[in-house]
Design a protein around this ligand. Structure first.
Ligand code: SF4
Ligand code: SF4
Length: 432
């Protein structure tokens, strides 16, 4: 897409597409407007307001549900909607990309215990928690400490102030699941996210047991125990795993209802980013192919793409990249609050960053990257705090994070502009 001030635009055979990056508003109009915008010499002197006024009257593609959305999400931004609770740092697997950066010898044996439980329940009563909040059991491998997971849930249920306010979720490698655990998860309506990197070959490259054996064959039989759950598959993209389409197909066939694929930026060499960029474009094309085949159930399984399409549909402009330290927090096994799970990273030194400090990061990186000129501004708003610190030396023109983000939003805009009204209705049916 081309850009004038805060207006991105492009054309196809029939229409001109205009995207206002600061507002996450997408407009479709006739080709005459494209010619108008092409008069750069004249327009480059004009203010954004002038250009926006000139475009007034054009039907906004995505205004339909915006007002309703705003009413529903009113002012709840500063309340905690999700808490990631570390049950342990320990894990029965030895995945090469484990972001806690611990070697096999350096496996931290800290566990959430009885003492942590009483402090945690007291903490829940003090925190500004949203009426309904998701408690995500995390690790290491949280199921190593399954007994304490049960005790946390039981304690919440026994407390009149807390019961009925929590949804439960767990992120697990699935290798320790058994009938007893599955029964408990089912009774308490857990959402389940399973870390798995695609087919056997891809998964086994990085996900290994303590003896160095590939983990795939310990994961897949247990997935069959979860037929009554909405399972999310979480893939980590690295140099050795960039075939997003193949990963998606494989996990969908295994029964995952939703698939999220996120980059481990530290595990991708600079030279490989152009390959990944192409893979991302192909992935969006694959989504379109499923859409043309009217396979809407499969379309809904593209977790990241659907999330972006909804954001364009509702013209949601994120104030911050994420809710770390504000609407989401993480709690360590010894009940210390950190902004999110990645702030355990030892490279960050003191990880107990306050929200105020994170706001400083917002300003610093927004300025450094010139985010308000970026097409991804409304959906990114300055980038992941953790990645920004890790990639301190990059600017937005060579930051791998920024490049991939721009590819994703550009493709999402293209996909959204091609959706029929009936397709939007089906795809976004579950968004409220
Ligand atoms: S800071 Fe980064 S890793 Fe943490 S929640 Fe936000 S986006 Fe996710
Ligand atoms: S992609 Fe980069 S430049 Fe664009 S908004 Fe995000 S951090 Fe800023």
């Amino acid at each position: 897409m081309k850009r004038i001030n805060s207006i991105y635009y492009c054309k196809n055979d029939e229409n001109c597409l205009i995207y206002l990056n600061l507002k996450n508003i997408l407009m479709k109009t006739d080709l005459g407007v494209y010619d108008f915008l092409e008069k750069r010499e004249y327009l480059k002197e004009s203010s954004d307001n002038f250009i926006e006024n000139a475009l007034m009257g054009i039907d906004i593609e995505n205004k339909s549900s915006l007002e309703e959305y705003k009413i529903k999400s009113n002012n709840s931004e500063y309340k905690i909607k999700a808490i990631t609770l570390f049950m342990t740092y320990s894990c029965n697997l030895r995945c090469t990309y484990c972001y806690e950066g611990r070697s096999q010898e350096d496996h931290d044996e800290t566990f959430f215990n009885e003492e942590s439980l009483s402090s945690f329940i007291s903490l829940l009563k003090e925190l500004p928690i949203e009426e309904h909040c998701t408690l995500i059991f995390f690790g290491g491998e949280p199921l190593i400490n399954f007994n304490m997971i049960k005790k946390v849930v039981e304690s919440i249920k026994l407390d009149n102030n807390l019961k009925d306010r929590f949804f439960y979720s767990i992120t697990t490698n699935a290798t320790l699941l058994d009938h007893n655990i599955v029964k408990f998860l089912e009774e308490n309506k857990f959402a389940i996210t399973i870390s798995i990197d695609g087919n056997e070959l891809k998964t086994n490259v990085n996900r290994k047991t303590a003896s160095g054996e590939g983990a795939y064959n310990y994961i897949v039989p247990n997935i069959k125990l979860l037929k009554n759950f909405n399972m999310i598959g979480r893939v980590t993209i690295t140099d050795s795993n960039m075939d997003l389409i193949d990963n998606h197909k494989h996990l969908y066939e295994l029964g995952f209802n939703s698939i999220a694929q996120s980059e481990s930026y530290e595990r991708i060499k600079m030279i490989n980013y152009s390959v990944l960029n192409n893979e991302i474009k192909n992935y969006y094309n694959y989504f379109m192919q499923c859409l043309h085949e009217k396979d809407y159930t499969k379309c809904s399984s593209f977790k990241d793409i659907v999330k972006q399409l909804i954001s364009i549909h509702l013209s949601v402009r994120q104030e911050r990249h994420c809710g770390a330290g504000v609407s989401l927090i993480a709690v360590t096994p010894d009940v210390k609050i950190i902004p999110c799970q990645r702030f355990l990273d030892k490279k960050l030194g003191d990880n107990n960053k306050s929200f105020i400090e994170l706001c400083k990061y917002d300003n610093k990186y927004n300025k450094k990257y010139k985010c308000n000129e970026c097409i991804a501004y409304s959906t990114c708003s300055g980038g992941c705090y953790h990645s920004n610190i890790i990639f301190e030396d990059y600017d937005s023109s060579n930051s791998p994070f920024c490049k991939l983000n721009r590819t994703k939003i550009t493709n999402a805009i293209k996909v959204y502009s091609e959706l029929e009204e009936s397709e939007k209705e089906i795809l976004f049916a579950k968004m409220y």
